[in-house]
Design a protein around this ligand. Structure first.
Ligand SMILES: Nc1ncnc2c1ncn2[C@@H]1O[C@H](COP(=O)(O)OP(=O)(O)OP(=O)(O)O)[C@@H](O)[C@H]1O
Ligand SMILES: [Mg+2]
Length: 409
């Protein structure tokens, strides 16, 4: 493999003058010899019986494997004179896109890599821009993300901050529905590409279908073109919706509570995670850390007490709903007047899951209509009960995930 020199000429526009000095662009192999590779990880799961053979996935794994072997620099990957192209994997639900991207992310040994849900990334970027606009000129100049020639443009420092943190960005569930995102994406990505950031993304839409029917879509078209230029676009054409296969194999609502329901929930978790050992994960929510004790393969498992007896709110539930396509909730109790706070949180949780079409498997003390019949908001709870019924339907279990906007603060 040809290693570029630190002064390799890039094909794109030049970096802003205040970019890190070239001497700091140290070459780091992304995936060192002997390190786990994407193809190996995939083969190991097949051999362990955790996955069914799927030629389309094997091909995508090979593409990701090749990308993980690219040489890199601390400021991005440069394959000779050309910048390293990222990958955009799109396809229908449950095909294994996120799973393959996770394997890729694990296989890449680069330290400054980041995997993030695309919607969370955009929220974070808007928040940075909002804060940036409030800074005085002097504060902006002193800020580590300051870009000298950017003037008042907040996108340049936003891009600089992102690029300083990661030269590989893995976006899960890339989608554009909101005009606020559509209008900044072009300039933001332009600058990320200029700064040598490589992007790998999963999506249910091909680039040319992003922001379909959006307001002022013509202003968004150059972004689509640029995305197609910068990333290799591949469709993951697996024949099956594996998530649906596993969800449809057994009921998703267990009642009443007891050893039988617990055993059924254990079996559901094992089936949905294909026996992959669960691990804890930390999620950032508005500057706080939300601890997820048990998760694997896009499936997280919680006790009702963890999520609804603690002071969590919509932002936490929305973050969970975005991160995990499937959630298991154990031991939902019957609630009354004294438990109205738990019931209110449960309503917010179910709304977040329902609106993003996150799949829910739960055990409960009663059927949905009998979970909360007498306290404050019991009338409104009927809507939650109705949603819980719908969330058990075949149509809901097969539905594409939705990307609900954040509630108004
Ligand atoms: N080859 C396979 N054999 C068996 N199960 C699989 C296979 N590939 C993926 N799965 C299972 O399917 C589930 C769904 O995969 P994943 O979440 O990666 O799909 P996705 O394409 O990202 O879907 P979405 O578009 O909804 O985000 C995974 O939890 C995994 O357990
Ligand atoms: Mg996915």
């Amino acid at each position: 493999m040809r290693h570029p020199t630190a002064f390799a000429k890039k094909s794109g526009p030049t970096l802003p003058r205040d970019a890190k000095p070239l001497s700091r662009r140290v070459k780091i192999p992304l995936s060192r010899a002997g390190m786990t590779r994407v193809k190996q990880l995939y083969a190991a799961r097949l051999a362990a019986g955790q996955l069914l053979p799927d030629p389309a996935q094997a091909e995508a794994a090979a593409r990701l494997d090749a990308l993980a072997r690219q040489p890199s620099t601390a400021r991005g990957w440069f394959g000779g004179a050309a910048r390293t192209r990222g990958l955009y994997i799109w396809g229908a639900v449950g095909r294994g896109k996120s799973m393959l991207m996770d394997m890729f992310f694990e296989a890449v040994s680069l330290k400054n890599k980041r995997r993030v849900h695309f919607h969370d990334f955009m929220l974070e970027t808007h928040a940075f821009i909002f804060e940036w606009r409030k800074l005085s000129s002097a504060e902006k100049r002193r800020h580590p993300a300051h870009v000298r020639e950017a003037g008042d443009d907040p996108i340049a420092p936003a891009a600089r901050r992102i690029a300083d943190q990661a030269s590989l960005l893995c976006f899960d569930e890339f989608h554009v529905t909101q005009i606020a995102d559509a209008m900044i994406l072009g300039r933001l990505f332009e600058q990320l590409f200029d700064r040598g950031v490589t992007i790998v993304a999963t999506s249910n839409r091909k680039p040319s279908d992003l922001y379909a029917n959006g307001i002022n879509r013509q202003l968004f078209l150059p972004f689509i073109k640029r995305l197609e230029q910068e990333l290799d676009v591949i469709e993951l054409k697996s024949a099956r919706d594996y998530r649906l296969d596993r969800l449809a194999a057994a009921p998703v609502y267990y009642s009443p509570l007891g050893p039988e329901a617990d055993a059924a929930m254990n079996a559901a978790f094992a089936r949905l995670t294909a026996g992959v050992a669960p691990s804890p994960e930390k999620l950032e929510v508005q500057g706080r850390t939300l601890h997820v004790l048990n998760q694997a393969m896009g499936v997280a498992r919680f006790e009702f007490d963890e999520l609804c007896k603690k002071p969590l709110g919509a932002a936490d539930y929305l973050t969970l709903a975005r991160r995990y396509p499937t959630l298991l909730l154990d031991r939902v109790p019957r609630m009354g007047l004294d438990e109205r706070n738990w019931a209110a949180r449960f309503v917010t949780l179910v709304d977040a899951l329902y609106e993003s079409k996150t799949k829910l498997v739960m055990s409960a003390d009663a059927q949905p209509d009998d979970l909360y019949v007498s306290g404050d908001g019991a009338f409104e709870f009927q809507r939650t009960a109705s949603r819980l019924h719908e969330m058990r339907s075949a149509a809901y279990l097969a539905a594409e995930r939705e990307h609900a906007p954040e509630p108004a603060k």
